[in-house]
Ligand binder design. Structure first.
Ligand code: GYE
Length: 306
């Protein structure tokens, strides 16, 4: 029989809690900060953490989850690379009596009983904040504003939602036009490569919307190599607000950053404890976030943790 059937028989106090965590990868500064937060928080509360890195591949994550089921961990937590295709493995965990907590990214499973809670940001809202800032900036535009978009990992919740929220807010002004939109996989290298291609194909780019700082930072290299000034010749908006992104904003190369908080470790450990204790838990735990202009980035940078 499983060590813990999700009903709380791994009593707090007499047994060390084992948490299996299946991470997305190490694709960005955000992810590095997120991993550290989870590792540090697990240590702090004294849980045994089994940690795996899926290198942005769903099949690796499914393998890791199956191995945690086999090892009979007390709780499984993971940040799903993509939104779809999780029902089978989530059912396997449920049948084994191991509770699952989603962190950072959501799944599209219709059966909400397959996981206990989802802790993370509202990515649609992040996209809306980006789009609203742009809509305000160009509210009196007489000519077309040509936007290129660097999307996150294809099929991931943050890529889907940040695209949708942004599109919703710029729709009100027909002058705001997304002329190209492609994935940059949330990495610097891919962001640079795709921006290079955008610059070659389009001579008249006014705005770059990048779904994370790392892709914006890669794109900035491509823009500078093309002899253009990021933040001036091309207005740049990104999401995350990690240190390197905030530095670029303070330097005037990124004009607007929407914050996405990676420090989910403490909330996750609290949720794990509640689940092990058999307590009621909120089905959705949303993290608090803000936005930064260049000026605000300059002010906030010295006290930034990540
Ligand atoms: O924005 C990006 C990372 O899922 C919120 O994943 C996360 C995203 C984050 O690679 O930098």
């Amino acid at each position: 029989a499983p060590a813990n059937n999700g009903g709380g028989n791994a009593a707090a106090g007499d047994k060390k809690i084992t948490l299996g965590f299946a991470q997305v990868g190490a694709e960005s500064g955000w992810r590095t900060a997120n991993t550290k937060s989870i590792q540090d928080s697990a240590k702090e509360v004294g849980y045994e953490l089994k940690f795996s890195d899926a290198q942005q591949k769903q099949e690796n994550q499914i393998k890791a989850i199956r191995s945690y089921i086999q090892q009979k961990v007390d709780v499984i937590a993971f940040s799903p690379v993509v939104e779809s295709g999780w029902d089978t493995v989530l059912k396997e965990a449920k049948d084994a009596g191991i509770p699952v907590i989603l962190t950072d990214r959501a799944v599209d499973s219709a059966d909400k009983s397959l996981y206990k809670t989802f802790i993370g940001s509202d990515f649609v809202e992040e996209g809306r904040k980006a789009g609203q800032w742009l809509a305000d900036k160009y509210k009196d535009a007489q000519e077309d504003v040509n936007i290129v978009e660097l999307q996150g990992t294809t099929g991931s919740a943050p890529a889907n939602d940040r695209k949708a929220g942004f599109a919703e807010k710029i729709a009100a002004n027909p002058k705001l036009k997304v002329i190209a939109s492609q994935t940059g996989d949330f990495t610097r290298a891919k962001g640079k490569e795709v921006m290079q291609a955008f610059l070659k194909a389009h001579k008249d780019i006014d705005v770059l919307y990048a779904h994370n700082d790392d892709m914006a930072l890669g794109a900035i290299q491509a823009i500078e190599a093309a002899g253009l000034k990021p933040g001036e010749d091309i207005v740049i908006i990104s999401v995350d607000a990690v240190k390197d992104g905030m530095q670029a904003a303070a330097d005037g190369k990124i004009n607007f950053i929407v914050e996405c908080n990676p420090l989910l470790g403490p909330q996750l450990m609290e949720a794990v404890q509640a689940v092990v204790d058999g307590k009621e838990i909120e089905a959705r735990i949303v993290t608090d976030e803000t936005t930064f202009t260049s000026e605000q980035a300059k002010e906030a940078l010295p006290s930034r943790q990540y």
